[in-house]
Design a protein around this ligand. Structure first.
Ligand SMILES: Nc1nc2c(c(=O)[nH]1)N[C@@H](CN(C=O)c1ccc(C(=O)N[C@@H](CCC(=O)O)C(=O)O)cc1)CN2
Length: 321
């Protein structure tokens, strides 16, 4: 029987022997949130209370959970927090009208439209209607542009990529490896994760490849990666024998799959898995994020971080973020 992993100072769990370090996103998120709460207490003295508005269109159960978690975290760190629930039938014009009100509201510093929209509707024009300085999801073209030119002090960076980078830096520090010059492979090219994380890795001087559904011989491309970011949205698609021995694996996928039951009368059970076949990777990777408990919690923490940054920038305060 293997011994339980031992926690290290950095929130990376060191297993007993021969297994990948587990990068603890829950602990990482708690650290970020504790720091934010402290800064919010400091800002109160300067008359500033960061405000976050989250818009949920429709009633997708997973989105309801995520939006609830965002509101809870916002209140816990001391933000003003509001949630706007719109029916699935809300038109683009109605959503944009609400965003215009929030753009003009001085108590609101961050606006987030929960994705996906019902029926997979295109969110492009809606996102573009968010004032860039309040775009705490980092999806407005102004923020994408600031990220692309490497202006990280001004850019609001998408939350999942920002949180993934914190976990990656922790793993690299725990292993004593450098990101500079490392071969980084990002599987997935979404605006929400793949493209921004590739920019962040470039900013750390990694050599970055973005792979996607049309990539030829994906296992061979993945096999080059010192750093693998899996953001493809397909349960356990990346197999253990694709992984380069010693790689750092950041699994961004959060996929709910059904668990077969031997009892036909029992209610159907589900569990969460990542885009990487976790158990198969444990003996090959040097470090890996689990699902759940990896990148997911960091997404919420980085939304709070972006809202604090937006509030400070909008108020024109010098306070270092
Ligand atoms: N506008 C946005 N929409 C969506 C984003 C986003 O960043 N902006 N990301 C995802 C969903 N998401 C936040 O919105 C999110 C997903 C998962 C988690 C999380 O903490 N997951 C837990 C498991 C939770 C569970 O039991 O279901 C974990 O991984 O440990 C947080 C946020 C899509 N939409």
């Amino acid at each position: 029987m293997s011994a339980a992993p031992t926690p290290t100072e950095s929130g990376v769990l060191r297993p007993s022997s021969g297994k990948a370090l587990l990068i603890d996103g829950k602990r990482g998120s708690e650290e970020v949130l504790t720091e934010i709460a402290e800064k919010v207490r400091g800002l109160a003295g300067q008359g500033l209370k960061p405000g976050l508005a989250v818009i949920l269109v429709g009633a997708d159960p997973a989105s309801q959970v995520y939006v609830g978690a965002k509101g809870k975290a916002a209140k816990a760190v001391g933000f003003h927090s509001v949630q706007h629930d719109l029916p699935a039938t809300a038109s683009e014009a109605e959503i944009i009208a609400l965003i215009r009100q929030l753009n003009a509201d001085p108590a609101i510093h961050g606006i987030l439209l929960q994705l996906p929209l019902p029926g997979g509707a295109d969110a492009t024009r809606i996102i573009e209607s968010i004032a860039p300085e309040k775009d705490v999801d980092g999806l407005h073209p102004i923020n994408s542009g600031l990220l692309a030119i490497g202006n990280l002090s001004r850019a609001l960076v998408p939350c999942t990529p920002a949180g993934s980078m914190i976990l990656l830096e922790k793993a690299a520090a725990a292993l004593g490896v450098k990101l500079e010059g490392a071969e980084a492979v990002v599987v997935g090219r979404s605006n929400l994760v793949g493209k921004p994380i590739a920019q962040l890795l470039l900013g750390r001087n990694a050599t970055v490849t973005i792979a996607h559904s049309r990539t030829r011989d994906l296992p061979a491309v993945v096999g080059r990666a010192d750093v693998l970011i899996a953001a493809v949205g397909r349960p356990e698609m990346i197999r253990g024998d694709w992984i380069k021995p010693g790689a750092i694996v950041i699994d961004v996928g959060i996929n709910r799959i059904s668990v077969p039951s031997h009892d036909p009368a029992a209610p159907a059970k589900t569990r969460l898995v990542g885009d990487v076949a976790f158990a198969e990777c444990l003996d090959r990777a040097a470090a890996i994020t689990p699902v759940p408990g990896g990148v997911g919690p960091m997404t919420i923490a980085m939304l709070m971080s972006n809202t604090l940054k937006a509030a400070i920038q909008i108020a024109g305060l010098k306070a270092a973020h």
